[in-house]
Ligand binder design. Structure first.
Ligand code: ASC
Length: 231
């Protein structure tokens, strides 16, 4: 048991480190390589989009997925852990929505068309599914009214769609990074390996590794919260 616990801690610390680094890399990207942050219809407003997505939709969502795995919380009530899971996912949803407002606002101010790219189609689908997942989870699993039979029926779907949405978000981040670099890096071009291109490709790899670590942690059966009878 001690062996499994140390393995868990090692991966948890790695995931937290890689997730935190991803957020720092996004900040360095927009503050150092790009124009910085602001809310004025210019690129400064667009730049909130990657910052809020990586902070909320990647990092906070990743933590929310594995909160039940933290062994020191196994003595906490299930209701408290569900509230933390729901609370983190609510914060992530709010940040994702603000990040979409930033892009649409920037596009409209600059008369750039909306919703033409695959990044935008998949990304908006992920946000809509995430909000539906949040509402369904709130009414079925958090509020006390749903019968156990309905919870048991919907739990595998909740787990599956949660991981599907998380994976989709990571794929969408990779598409967004590629799209932005091809738009933004003109002279010198992306194809000439400028420092911003190499730095931001590295950031994309960090996000992918974060996803891989969260997915590993959450799919180890031996690290699951022991199930109390009748829940
Ligand atoms: C819940 C909860 C669980 C599941 C289970 C359904 O709300 O706390 O552990 O649903 O009851 O299989």
């Amino acid at each position: 048991a001690m062996e499994g616990y140390r393995g868990f801690l090692g991966l948890l610390v790695s995931a937290l480190l890689v997730g935190f680094l991803s957020v720092i890399f996004t900040l360095i990207w927009v503050l150092h390589y790009r124009e910085g942050l602001g809310w004025d219809g210019t690129a400064l407003e667009f730049n909130w989009h990657p910052v809020l997505i990586v902070t909320g939709f990647v990092f906070i969502q990743g933590i929310a997925i594995i909160v039940y795995r933290l062994p020191w919380t196994w003595k906490c009530s299930k209701l408290l852990m569900k509230s933390i899971h729901a609370g983190l996912n609510t914060v992530a949803a709010i940040l994702a929505i603000i990040s979409l407002v930033a892009v649409f606002d920037f596009h409209n101010a600059r008369r750039i068309p909306n919703m033409y790219s695959l990044h935008s189609w998949v990304g908006l689908t992920a946000v809509i599914l995430y909000i539906l997942q949040l509402l369904l989870g709130f009414f079925v699993f958090l509020l006390p009214w749903a019968p156990l039979s309905l919870r048991a029926l919907l739990m595998p779907i909740h787990v599956y769609s949660g991981l599907f949405i998380f994976g989709t978000v990571i794929a969408t981040v990779l598409m967004g990074v590629t799209e932005k670099l091809i738009f933004a890096l003109q002279s010198p071009a992306y194809s000439t390996f400028p420092p911003e291109g190499v730095f931001t490709n590295t950031f994309g790899l960090l996000v992918l590794v974060f996803g891989a670590l969260i997915f590993w942690i959450v799919t180890r059966p031996q690290w699951k919260r022991p199930k109390e009878p009748n829940s």
